[in-house]
Design a protein around this ligand. Sequence first.
Ligand code: SAM
Length: 604
Amino acid sequence: MSLTPVGSTARWIAAGRAIETEWTSPLFSDPFARDLAGDEGFAMLLAMRGPDRIGDTTTPDPYFSIRTRFFDDGLIAAVRDGAIRQVLILAAGMDSRAFRLEWPPGVVLYEIDRDDVFAYKEPIVQRLNGQPRCDRRIVRADLTGSWTSTLAEAGFDPSRPSAILVEGLLYYLDEASATRLLSSIDALAAPGSWMGMDMVNTDVLRSPYMSVYVQKLREFGCPWMFGVSDPESLLAEHGWHGTIVLPGEPDANYGRWAYPVVPRTVPGMPRIYLGRATRMTAEEKAARHAVVASQKEEVVEKEPAAPARVYEAISEPDLVGAFGCPDGKGPFPAVLALGGSDGGVPTYFLDLLVPEGFAGLALAYFGAAGTQPALVEVPLERIERGLRWLAGHPKVKTHDGRVALVGVSKGGELALLIAATFPDLVGPVVAYTPSSVAWAGIDFTQPSGTRRSSWSYKGAPVPWLPYPEGIVPTFSSRGLVGRPIYERGIENTSAVERAAIPVERATGPLLLVSGGDDNMWPAARMCEMVVERMRQHGRANAVGHLNYPAAGHSLFPPKAPSGAPPPMPFDLGGSRDADRAAHAAAWPQIVAHLEQGRRPASSR
Ligand code: SAM
């Protein structure tokens, strides 16, 4: 009988346990794992490893090793005081805890999995002369069916407390099956029971960081389907007091987790949860149901959202964006707008510019249909095309064929680069929180993209500043703090020189806007580098810098998203009030600058 695709995943996980067992100072020893994994288990392990670990069958995967040890410890602690003598391992796969853990006398351990799994596993265990250290009973059952009666036939007594393990299973089930399974467990877990389980959150299923991994599982025929957004509530619904631990936190670290632990307050991050739960009493369950029922009765009235402005969608070869202009015949002064690393069409700029009397082209340069997916070697010619299109529009009035340019963040970097590359096409420039150099590219799905330039021109990469080696990103409660990475990067003086944007070539004038509390990158410092470069080239009077010390990276009023949701939340620094105050102070100066190219008074 051959294994189902999801049954084969048990051999992959066993391969991980074999590697840990053979590692220096292993977190556990599983002498059965290598044989149970077999060649197929190691082949799947290799296939699931990222490109950085090609061919590596000797280095343990920290997550799987931590998970095994975490649940080894949890199970042994659960049976230690003698109250629990039934252990139930659901979807046991190649689990060998019955043979390898020190169980106290009297423990009966039930392993449940499908027939195909035991048809493969039992002959191997026998060949290895496995001697269980407890009363091991195998239960062949489908956990999406009526497995509790088969379990009872094997001797399980639901009136007695048990230790239950649901490891490596829930995400392989669809939501209805996972919920049914938790309800079945609810029905057979007596007071005093303990449960361990791992779960993924819903972001795992949709995050670009996880897309390659999730896609591979789909191709193996065992897709991940079930993610949880609030694991404690899910457990509570099924009668458990749950504690969730993230891999890398003190209780699940074992000196093996080399990555930052992203706080759970940071939304949108893919996460895997290690859970430990104890049973609620009947009174606690009843009290919880009463609270939930009363909450459902509360009706929340929402304010209707304001209708979004509608702009003309532009979708031509090499030109994707949205055009907007005020009512009337025009012609109107025009601005080409470039968004940041969220990609897509930055129509939020049109929402600001059109009411001020500008015609605007919000141009997509990546991350929108008809453009490239990642911010890597974006051809500057795409923006040149947009400038020519806008300047030729019948409702647009130009200054000697030039239009104004505004960009934010990576779009601010791009705006300065474009102004320096096409001085005959660009008039006044406003660069919000920009960079003074061309940075390495950004590709959340292919880390190799970060070792190429963000931009290209005439088919060649624009000289770029690499990200510094060996800096691990840090996370605050708001998200990833990028600033230390960029701060270290701009210390690379020779590379900074090569990658510096030759802003002095811009017709300008240039207006730079930055926040002093920008946690994304050191925009204020990079603005000063631009100012200094202009000064060195005798062009100090063609640049201004508005800096707002309390503001962060987002100096706009709240904006509608332009591209796909960010793959992870970023800590942008600042605060709602400081950012809004900065916008209110900057905006009239920005409008005046875009209209007339007047040199603004510096606010510093
Ligand atoms: N718990 C083991 C471990 O952590 O090593 C095995 C985990 S393995 C990733 C997934 C296991 O879930 C496989 O052994 C598979 O047979 C089992 N499984 C998946 N769906 C199942 C179902 N409907 N009924 C019983 N077992 C199932």
